[in-house]
Design a protein around this ligand. Structure first.
Ligand code: SIN
Length: 186
């Protein structure tokens, strides 16, 4: 699949007649909401696990030295906590560009932490995208994150800000907190 998914995403959902759409964020969309939203509610989705398995050429790394950012990997029984935003459909013009490095929008059921359910859209970088890096030992992932920088800043800040945001949500995440511990020891 092409590296730039922004035009692919435009044709994936029909927003006509919609005033607002729910978005589920599990990574930088939790701690960096650089878009207008109508509502913001802690939520979770089932069957997916957060993993630092996606390369970042445009935000937290460069094409020559990609950083590592999150994607979701199918994982039966897992619960991924994050943040749901209700946004105007036009906000996806911005989000599709922000998430263009391999992410596609998918529809998902979301459970709000304070009760209730809605259908939302989530950006997932699937294994067939050109920037997918896949798994590696935690020590190697942490070392790559420690060394990477891109136009959006240091890759380490992505991990540290995410870990802080997950703590604030009261979310457990062994993968993220394990990598944070490695990073802080480096
Ligand atoms: C997300 O935050 O939901 C997508 C991945 C990212 O931009 O970090």
């Amino acid at each position: 699949m092409t590296l730039d998914t922004s035009s692919l995403n435009k044709s994936r959902h029909d927003f006509s007649g919609r005033d607002s759409v729910w978005l589920f964020g599990y990574g930088s969309l939790i701690f960096k909401a650089d878009f207008p939203y109508l509502e913001r509610r802690p939520a979770s989705i089932r069957g997916w696990a957060r993993r630092f398995w996606q390369g970042s050429h445009d935000h937290r790394g460069t094409p020559e030295a990609p950083g590592r950012v999150l994607t979701l990997i199918e994982s039966p029984g897992a619960v991924c906590a994050g943040m749901a935003y209700r946004v105007a459909p036009a906000v996806f013009d911005h989000l599709d560009v922000r998430e263009k490095n391999g992410y596609l929008r998918f529809s998902t059921p979301m459970a709000f932490t304070d009760g209730g359910h809605e259908e939302g859209l989530v950006y997932i970088a699937t294994e067939d995208n050109a920037a997918f890096l896949g798994g590696a030992p935690d020590a190697d992932i942490a070392a790559q994150i420690a060394a990477s920088h891109g136009p959006s800043g240091a890759n380490r800040d992505y991990l540290l800000e995410l870990a802080a945001a997950l703590r604030e949500l009261g979310a457990e995440d062994e993968h993220v907190f394990g990598l944070e511990a490695y990073l802080l020891r480096l």
